[in-house]
Design a protein around this ligand. Structure first.
Ligand code: FES
Length: 136
């Protein structure tokens, strides 16, 4: 399956705001996100191991105040952003689900897998039809 474009490299500051996008995991809608950590874009499903909810404090804001760990906004589970391992809080011994991402030529891409796929274009809800012009 071909790679999918995500964003420009300039949009991912070191330990800055993440870029999120929609995926299908086993056919079910999920959110994913990519963060730049130690110079490398790293992708994850946006799903906490404690309760399967999205973790960001505000859209794209995942890191703690020291920009060291991914911190779940619900109950404070902390994950190492380099390998996704739970390092504190109620997330146990698991790790976040990785999504393969790569950077090339100033662009960031993600690579669908057998389990995590793009949302088909046909699933995008149709745009609201334009209102008819007012009667003369
Ligand atoms: S839902 Fe993430 S720590 Fe509870």
């Amino acid at each position: 399956m071909p790679r999918e474009w995500l964003c420009t490299s300039a949009e991912l500051a070191e330990r800055g705001r993440a870029v999120g996008w929609d995926v299908l995991e086993y056919g079910r809608p999920q959110r994913a996100f990519v963060l730049r950590v130690d110079g490398v874009p790293r992708g994850w499903l946006n799903r906490c191991l404690h309760v399967p909810v999205e973790m960001d404090w505000n859209p794209g804001e995942f890191l703690d105040s020291e920009r060291r760990y991914i911190l779940c906004s619900i109950h404070g589970a902390a994950y190492d952003p380099t390998h996704g391992q739970c390092v504190g809080g109620p997330c146990g011994r698991g790790r976040l689900t990785p999504v393969t991402v790569a950077e090339e030529g100033g662009q960031v891409y993600w690579y669908p897998s057998r389990d995590i796929r793009p949302v088909p274009f046909d699933d995008v809800p149709p745009a609201t039809p334009a209102a008819p012009p007012p009667a003369a």
